[in-house]
Design a protein around this ligand. Structure first.
Ligand SMILES: *Cc1c(COP(=O)(O)O)cnc(C)c1O
Length: 357
């Protein structure tokens, strides 16, 4: 039988495993930060109708530039953004891959502040980009001085920074983003996958776009919109950045069905985003309950919570699985990450953890 080792694989891919959170067949799955609430019936009907209307036309390629969908996304984002400043692809991961293809790649480098989103270094790997693992301080904070010093020392072609950060949930201070923008010689990508879950008073980097052509904000319909299976991510930036990613995108990368589903979903966004407050309530309940029980807990502006456990987190993870609750071991010694789900799922998680730790 042929194994991977027998193939002429790129050197840097040898010995690697593909991205993937361990999936276990348990009742309560709180490990991938999905929205636990199913798509509302009103949206199901609208998406079905929109998709059906396109089916006879599937003999033709889709709109290469997804103009109608991008106009709907621009309208959702507001901030005076026009269709030429918004770009969409199959998930924000693909958007970020296109950004690295356009602005990084062989001979260039990208930098991120770990612990952060584990896909960022993998996207760098896949695009032949050198990855620079910069760091955060104690409590996972990122001060303006620490961020700027690392960016200035490495002068990366692309900086990727999550706001709020995954897996910690911590917001990005406006002064830190300003310091990164000042220090960075190249593109700065702010990954705002969880922006809709932010607590009151947090600002989006969208506000900073005017006059900053090297700033890119990426968003997704996978989390707050509860549309992860629809695979739709997007960016907002200067129109020149949108021109740049069009140089590397595959022709017809976004199917007619995805574009139609996305437009229909956005037309019903109030219904889709209607669960955000309920999820935030569960998040805040997890934070408050775990703190009361003495767990260290990182502040969260997302739909998940990073919490500390006594002893080996991998053992606590296994014992939670044994009780039917799947959370995420992100490889941080003494910490686990749990997604805020439905009230019943939160009950199950809090109950199971209390029995263990
Ligand atoms: C979940 C997540 C995404 C979403 O990726 P999609 O490809 O849009 O599903 C992006 N960035 C971060 C930090 C995430 O946690």
């Amino acid at each position: 039988m042929t194994g991977l080792a027998d193939l002429p694989l790129r050197e840097e891919l040898r010995g690697r495993s593909p991205y993937g959170a361990p999936q276990r067949d348990v009742a309560v799955r709180l490990n991938t930060n999905e929205n636990a609430h199913p798509v509302p019936a009103e949206v199901v009907d609208a998406v079905a109708e929109a998709v059906r209307a396109e089916l006879a036309g599937l003999n033709r390629y889709p709109d290469r530039d997804a103009v109608a969908l991008r106009a709907a996304l621009a309208d959702y984002l507001g901030h005076g953004l026009g269709v030429d400043q918004v770009w969409a692809a199959n998930g924000s991961n693909e958007v970020q891959q296109q950004l690295l293809q356009a602005f990084a790649g062989p001979g260039r480098a990208a930098l991120g502040f770990g612990p952060a989103y584990s896909m960022h270094p993998l996207l760098a790997l896949g695009t032949g980009t050198r990855w620079i693992g910069a760091t955060r301080g104690a409590d996972f904070d990122l001060t303006p001085a620490h961020a700027a010093a690392q960016v200035a020392a490495h002068r990366p072609d692309v900086v990727l920074v999550c706001a709020p950060n995954n897996p910690t949930g911590t917001a990005l201070a406006p002064a830190t983003l300003a310091a990164i923008l000042d220090a960075a010689p190249g593109i700065v990508v702010v990954d705002e996958a969880y922006a809709e879950f932010a607590r009151a008073g947090q600002r989006s980097a969208l506000e900073l776009l005017p006059g900053r052509p090297r700033l890119v904000v990426t968003r997704t319909m996978s989390k707050a919109f509860g549309f992860a299976g629809g695979r739709l991510g997007y960016l907002a930036a200067d129109a020149a950045v949108v021109e740049a990613v069009q140089l590397v995108r595959l022709p017809y990368h976004l199917s007619t069905l995805t574009q139609a589903a996305g437009r229909a979903a956005l037309a019903h966004r109030a219904a889709l985003l209607g669960t955000v407050e309920a999820v935030k309530e569960q998040r805040d309940r997890i934070v408050a309950t775990l703190r009361r029980r003495g767990h260290p807990v990182a502040d969260s502006d997302a739909n998940f919570v990073l919490f500390g456990v006594a002893g080996d987190q991998a053992r606590v993870w296994e014992r939670l699985v044994a009780r039917g609750v799947l959370v995420r071991d992100v490889g941080l010694a003494g910490w686990l990450r749990v997604t805020a789900g439905t009230p019943a799922e939160t009950d199950a998680f809090l109950g199971a953890l209390e029995e263990i730790a």
